[in-house]
Design a binder for this molecule. Sequence first.
Ligand code: SF4
Length: 453
Amino acid sequence: MGHPEKAAEFIADDERMHWHDKALWFVRKKRDVAAHGLDEWEELRRVASEIKTHTISKLDHYLEEFEKNAKEKGLHVHWAKDAQEHNEIVLKLLLSRGAKKLVKSKSMLTEECHLNPFLEKNGIEVVDTDLGERIVQLRKEAPSHIVLPAIHLKKEDVGKTFEKFLKTEKDNCDPTYLTREARKHLREKFLNADASLTGVNFGIAETGGIVVCTNEGNADLGASLPSLHIASMGIEKIIPRLEDLSIFTRLLARSATGQPITSYTSHFHAPVENGEMHIIIVDNGRSNIIGNEDFVQSLNCIRCGACINTCPVYRRSGGHSYGYTIPGPIGSTLGASKDLRTNKTLPFACTLCASCSNVCPVKINLHNQLYKHRQSVVAAGLLDFKKHTALKIATWVMKHPALMDFSGKLARKIVPKLPRSILYSKANIWGKKRELPEFPKNSFKELYKARKK
Ligand code: SF4
């Protein structure tokens, strides 16, 4: 199923669709207030974009610098060319140390690598410790948002989920009660874990350390209690210097949730006492994007989710409708870059309104990328036959002004008289959820001519 079919499932629940839309717009508005509160906001965006673009253009240099400095600090560095290699490195590290219980803090990279099912198949208990992630993990669902993984659920849904898996009180969906129960449940998992895995928000080449940003402190607890800490980092997460970090931390939380800073911005530059820290640097298709100047900017992403919150298509179609690990505008471009055939409908899940590009803290030209991907879909012959034919006819008509005028006249005369059964038949996909507007008596051209006289 492509995006349109999955989106249709989501919007079938009208109430949920409106509620989802409103919830994300609320976050978007908070972002606006936070961004407008800084006079230097646009300057920060410009500098962040330049730092990222520079870093990606010299990625080999910065990654090697990072590795050298990390090793000097006693950290272990591994390289994984793809998801399979990444997962095998994690498994080997766990098995060789007899680790059977892993606590994980939020990492979209491990979602992308499908790490959880791989480890579970190999006898490892994996517990996602971010509250939203834990909720979707218990429900056997994928996160529907990169910052707010359970945003598609209401507190009643969470109450039912906890009732089933954590044996909470029947029909109690009070958020404070549920949060306390989740904390109790997760504390026990933290205390009994053999190893932890975190994502990486920023890897600092100059210091060889990593930075993880969370609001719940779960990454810190996970990384501090067990003696083995594994960090999975995409190659694009590198920034050159420690002083660059403040630019990104000021942008990240404001763009994500409208907070001035995430509650925990944790620096990991050494293992815990008598422990080990391993960093796995993962490519998994990213270096292919570096070679494409149309899409290379997508690697600048700091995963704030602002483009997702503002996107009118995402807000009304939900994260699961994308079918790719990362939903929304950034997911659509990354997904199409990775596998155009599988993700061919994603570049069309876009109104080209450019709201995503306008809010992006690192100024990624998201809507331009989606437009380019559409062209690639057409060039690769992957466009749906009906759409392709309709567009071909429309192009031909529009290229012939006389024919265009005649067709318009004909349509204005005939279409309003057609019975609904024909007008809104299956052939009219556009009319599935919309009413045609009232047809004007005259075209713009005719009105213009008349006015001129
Ligand atoms: S593309 Fe920009 S707005 Fe979207 S998640 Fe990445 S950094 Fe945030």
